[in-house]
Design a protein around this ligand. Structure first.
Ligand SMILES: NC(=O)c1ccc[n+]([C@@H]2O[C@H](COP(=O)([O-])OP(=O)(O)OC[C@H]3O[C@@H](n4cnc5c(N)ncnc54)[C@H](O)[C@@H]3O)[C@@H](O)[C@H]2O)c1
Length: 371
């Protein structure tokens, strides 16, 4: 059966690291006929526009969303700056690919979710790891019952402190930035995807803040447990305060999924490709001169090779463009799942703060009153 693709007029809001990656991939996609870029920083706007061959550039995302060519939008602004661009896209009524999280507080996330649902728009959220074969394989084994009834999941996420420092430096409200909300959410999304259909009922967590607390009023690490109505347990932890020299560029993950008749373990620490050099390569997230050893493949978007981004974010972006152009289904996270992920990470943070269990789902008002 022949499928005919719709032409795409793509708006990209936020031309930082992710906006540039996705823009470069989109510029090569056969259905993309027009690209508009909104980037607040004029120098960065000019640089990125040239690299992605943008047809229109502005510093104002509302001006971009008024352009008649726009048929869909990628929202790749900083974590705490997603809400207004999402609302502008909702008003315009176009499909969206939104970077995680939907918002950095639960009430705003609920508002955005409702606006997207009321407008009946197709919106997905950039949980990029879902596009890797290993997690798709894990999802398939859980979905088809190969492990029996999944009863326990465990995930360990280790990151050096570069991402944390960058996030804390960029915000004037460190209380909205936590390892669980910003980074732990990726491992949580994968594990909750494997636990699809189960209902979380309460959670318990503790945090540590000996490194990032004094310097940034931040959190180093959180370890917790989510309990489900059928007795299933998900045990998770993340530290994003490892020394800068820890070779994982960003994410180094170990996951175990135990069921009544099977078990699946996934070593996603990226120790299989180790690069050691005498001079820092300036690659990855916030490259640092002291990093001479690298677990290659641990930078979540992927790696540059032969002038193109290769890996999960390239595959995710192409898959989303095909979804928009051809109406093909994709494994992308829905806005409901993204909101649920934020709710769970906020509940873990709240439990750690109170040193008490928190009932799920966490109510946005409870989060506000605890702030
Ligand atoms: N899916 C993944 O694997 C993955 C990886 C890295 C980052 N992210 C997410 O992507 C998002 C962006 O991260 P990044 O690393 O590219 O950040 P970044 O700081 O490199 O880029 C953000 C850019 O958005 C611009 N901006 C902010 N508000 C704007 C507005 N209203 N209009 C126009 N431009 C605006 C900033 O000037 C900046 O250039 C974050 O939500 C982050 O969590 C996802």
């Amino acid at each position: 059966m022949k499928k005919s693709a719709k032409g795409i007029g793509l708006a990209i809001i936020g031309g930082g690291r992710v906006g540039l990656f996705r823009g470069e991939v989109a510029a090569r996609h056969p259905s993309v006929e027009w690209i508009g870029l909104a980037e607040k920083n004029p120098n960065r706007a000019g640089e990125v526009a040239g690299k992605i061959g943008a047809d229109f550039v502005t510093q104002d995302h509302r001006e971009l969303m008024r352009r008649p060519e726009v048929t869909c939008v990628i929202i790749a602004t900083d974590e705490h700056l997603h809400v207004d661009p999402i609302m502008a896209a909702v008003e315009r009524g176009v499909p969206m690919l939104i970077e995680k999280p939907l918002a950095t507080n639960l009430a705003e996330s609920a508002r955005v979710l409702k606006a997207i649902k009321d407008a009946k728009l197709d919106a997905v959220v950039g949980y990029t790891q879902r596009f890797r074969r290993r997690w798709l394989a894990a999802k398939e084994k859980c979905r088809t019952g190969a492990l029996g009834d999944v009863t326990m999941v465990t995930s360990r996420a280790f990151m050096n402190r570069l991402v944390a420092i960058d996030n804390y430096k960029r915000t004037d409200d460190p209380s909205t930035i936590s390892p669980m909300v910003i980074s732990g959410t990726h491992a949580l999304d994968i594990c909750m995807w494997c636990l699809e259909g189960k209902t979380p009922v309460d959670c318990y967590a503790r945090s540590i803040d000996k490194v990032l607390g004094p310097a940034y009023k931040g959190i180093d690490a959180t370890a917790g447990m989510i309990n489900f109505s059928d007795g299933t347990v998900y045990h998770l932890n993340i530290s994003w305060a490892l020394p800068v020299t820890w070779p994982g560029a960003v994410y180094s993950l170990d996951v175990g999924i135990v069921g009544t008749t099977g078990v699946l373990t996934i070593d996603d620490t990226h120790r299989d490709i180790v690069l050691a050099v005498s001079k820092a390569q300036g690659e990855g997230y916030n490259p640092d001169a002291s990093r001479l050893v690298d677990f290659m493949g641990s930078y979540p978007p992927g790696d540059m090779a032969l002038g193109e981004l290769r890996g999960p974010m390239a595959e995710e972006t192409v898959s989303w463009l095909n979804r928009v152009a051809l109406g093909l289904p994709t494994p992308a996270a829905t806005v409901e799942e993204a909101h649920r992920n934020l709710m769970l990470t906020k509940a873990l943070d709240l439990s750690a703060k109170r040193k008490q269990p928190v009932k799920l789902p966490l109510d946005p008002l409870e989060e506000l009153s605890a702030a």
